[in-house]
Design a protein around this ligand. Structure first.
Ligand code: X2X
Length: 337
C-alpha cells in the first residue's frame, strides 16, 4: 500500500501556490504537544486547560496545538511526572505537595497543614513572594513553571466510618493521601493511618475498602463521584492545595519567544477563571452532595492544630524547609507555631 504523505502533497500541488485560511487546518501544527492531568474533563482544571489550549491554537494560527489528556489517561501522577521529565509528555499539572515534591521538596511548602485560612492569604502568598520562592526551586530543578498556580481548593475529609469532629475521631483511621512526604507526615501526626495512593486508584481503593477515607476538595468529591463510595464529609479545611502548570524544558525551548509568550499568557489568564470556578463550586457543592446522600459536619480546627504543634509536625517541617521558606509561608498564612 502506498501512503500519500505531506511531502507528496506539497510536491503535487506546489507548496508556494498554497494560500488561504484552509491551509492551517490542512497542515499538522508546528508544535504538537500533550498535556496530562489527573482530573476528569468536567473538573475546572481540565475544562479550563482545554479552553486555554484552544485559545493558544487560535492565537498562534494553528502553530501550537496542545492536546489535553484528562483523567489520568496517560497514567497516574508518578508516571506522568516521569514522562514530563523525560520529554515523553510536554505539559503536566501537579500539586506541589504531590509527585513534584519528590524532585523539588520545597514545592510542598504551600501544603503545610492548617496554614492558610482564607483565599486572600492563599493568593497573596502564591501570587507574591511565597510563590516566587517556590517557582525558583522548580526552575532550578530544570522544569518550566507558569507564574500563576491553578486552584485545587481547601481539602476536606470523607470516610465511611464516622464524622470527624475533632482530631481524636481520626485516630487509627485508614486514609488515602496523595503520594508525598508532607501528606503522610500530616496524617501520621494527626494520629491517622495514611497510605500514599495515586489518584487514578482512589475510587477503587475506597470501593474495595483498602482504605476507609480520603481527603480532597468538594469539587473533586463531586466530579470524581466519590460520593458513590463515601458516606461522611467533614469540613476540616486542613490544607490548601493548588496545581502548578509545568512544561518540559526542552519542549518549551523549542518554541520561539512569541509562541512561548502566547502560551504563558493564556495559562496565566485562564488560571484566574479557573480559580473563580473552584471557589464557586466549593461554596455551593455541599447541598448537591447532601442530596446524593453524603452526611456533612463542620470540624473544629483547634484540636487538630494543637496536635500538630505537640507532635512536632511544625517544628520538623520548619527545619526541613529552612528559615527563609518558613518565614515566607508565615508572612502569607500567619504564625504557625
Ligand atoms: O490526588 C489528589 O488527591 C489530587 C487530585 O487532589 C491531587 O492531585 C493532589
Amino acid at each position: 500500500m502506498t501512503q500519500f504523505t505531506r511531502r507528496d502533497f506539497l510536491a503535487a500541488t506546489g507548496a508556494a501556490a498554497i494560500t488561504g485560511p484552509w491551509v492551517h487546518t490542512a497542515h499538522a501544527a508546528e508544535f504538537e504537544f500533550k498535556f496530562g492531568t489527573n482530573l476528569p474533563a468536567t473538573h475546572p482544571l481540565s475544562a479550563r486547560l482545554i479552553e486555554a489550549a484552544k485559545a493558544m491554537k487560535e492565537q498562534t494560527d494553528g502553530k501550537l496545538n496542545i492536546r489535553v489528556f484528562p483523567n489520568n489517561q496517560l497514567g497516574g501522577d508518578p508516571a506522568m511526572f516521569t514522562q514530563l521529565r523525560s520529554g515523553a509528555l510536554e505539559f503536566f499539572s501537579v500539586s506541589g505537595a504531590n509527585a513534584l515534591s519528590s524532585l523539588v521538596p520545597k514545592a510542598a511548602l504551600s501544603g503545610v497543614g492548617f496554614a492558610f485560612k482564607t483565599y486572600d492569604q492563599v493568593w497573596q502568598g502564591m501570587d507574591g513572594d511565597l510563590g516566587k520562592h517556590i517557582r525558583a526551586q522548580i526552575t532550578g530543578a530544570g522544569l518550566v513553571v507558569m507564574d500563576r498556580i491553578w486552584d485545587n481548593g481547601f481539602r476536606q475529609i470523607t470516610n465511611n466510618v464516622k464524622p470527624i469532629a475533632n482530631v481524636g475521631d481520626l485516630s487509627g483511621m485508614k486514609i488515602r493521601v496523595p503520594i508525598g512526604k508532607l501528606w503522610i507526615s500530616l496524617f501520621e501526626s494527626l494520629g491517622a493511618a495514611p497510605s500514599g495512593i495515586s489518584f487514578n486508584e482512589v475510587y477503587s481503593a475506597l470501593q474495595t475498602h483498602v482504605v476507609d477515607g480520603q481527603e480532597n476538595p468538594l469539587a473533586i468529591a463531586s466530579v470524581a463521584r466519590l460520593y458513590e463510595v463515601q458516606k461522611y464529609c467533614s469540613l476540616t479545611n486542613h490544607m490548601w492545595d493548588g496545581f502548578w502548570i509545568l512544561a518540559n524544558k526542552r519542549a518549551w525551548d523549542r518554541m520561539p519567544a512569541r509562541i512561548q509568550e502566547i502560551a504563558a499568557k493564556n495559562f496565566n489568564e485562564f488560571a484566574l477563571l479557573q480559580r473563580k470556578d473552584i471557589a464557586e463550586m466549593n461554596s455551593q457543592l455541599r447541598k448537591a452532595l447532601e442530596e446524593k446522600g453524603m452526611v456533612f459536619n463542620a470540624a473544629e480546627p483547634v484540636s487538630f492544630r494543637e496536635k500538630l504543634r505537640s507532635s512536632g509536625y511544625y517544628a520538623n517541617w520548619r527545619k526541613e524547609f529552612g528559615e527563609e521558606a518558613w518565614t515566607l509561608l508565615e508572612k502569607a498564612a500567619g504564625k504557625l507555631a
